[in-house]
Design a protein around this ligand. Sequence first.
Ligand SMILES: Cc1ncc(COP(=O)(O)O)c(C=O)c1O
Length: 411
Amino acid sequence: MGQVAMVSPFLPIAAQGQSTSEPKPYPIGDEDEFWKRIREDYALKPDYINLENGYYNFVPKPTLDKFIEHVRMVNYEASYYMRTVQWDNKQNVADRLAKLVNCDADEIAITRNTTESLDLIVGGFPWEKGDEAIYAAQDYGAMQDHFKLMAKRYGLVNKVVSIPNHPKSDAEIVALYESQITDRTKLIMVCHMVNITGHMLPIRKICDMAHGYGVEVMVDGAHCTGHIKVDVKALDCDYYGSSLHKWVSTPLGAGLLFVKKEKISKIWPLLAEHDRDPSDISRLNHTGTHPVHTDLAINDALDYLDLIGLERKEKRMRSLQRYWSDQLREVENVVINTPVEAHRSCGIANVGVTNMKPKDFAETLLQEFKIFTVAIDRENVQGCRITPNVYTSIAELDTFVAAVKTVAGRG
Ligand SMILES: Cc1ncc(COP(=O)(O)O)c(C=O)c1O
């Protein structure tokens, strides 16, 4: 099934007595049966219904087994592996990731996560005193913090917009960012999918507007690879960062960074790599000796994603979200903090109840109804973020919907 032939001087799997038995087949032609079979690939804790897959979209058993094989193989081959095929293997995986997001192989770097990917750009951007950047109050905290650090260190001026939960149009969002542009603006950071609401923003339109002013755009796509189709060429963004341990379901500590070819040389590396050509993207992710078995497992996670099919997964994730949110939108005391138009969200959405603070709501869902979510209480978002996964069943969502109705009904 794998599209990338991994180079290895040994035969680690067979040689080490791993099971080579064929996995149970995945039913063709019946969607319900297919998703039931996918569910069997996940070791689920019986203690609660997990509707908080957005933090770490944990690994299905076929990928986990392969990952453990890689850990064993690297531990067996040790320095020999590191000195022989380490870099070829890593490049093979990077090539495959480039295909996933539709860029050239020399525009992609494997990182440890979105934080590293985006902070490499924010921290390595050639800021001059008085330069300006724009981002949103709903953006991820770590990146906002890095912009604030640049303000302290280089005199960068940060302009912060606030994204409405229910925009009237794409134009409204574009105008929001445009309103903060001055002749000192250098970079806009924008979420492809806002993590606290699941709101998907009109990236291409924002890029077109920004480029018209000579401003670059860095996209936070932490929740997008492996969840929706990501095409960085079509988006025409300058930088794109994503975590692979979210929706690509790799083991922890895998991410990607896309940098448009002509922008690579202007970014300073955070950890020095002085011998390479300035336009070589590998200059930017020199992290020293690192867990190479995680890099190898990205390939297996991509195999699993192919087995499902990205388009099919996106459809499934959107339908799971709409299954619960459509039932709750009009319920008294319930507030859905995610836009209703289908193209503005996918698997993630946020729901609050007017009669309870988010923290208490999350606590009640867990203690009383055995449903695990995460409370969000910042800016214009008060509620619990709900992230099902490919294994989530309709029965679980029915339990969730009934729980929310019960809590909201308490007035
Ligand atoms: C929008 C967004 N950006 C960045 C991150 C950081 O991701 P990581 O912790 O994998 O670096 C997250 C994590 O949830 C996120 O949701």
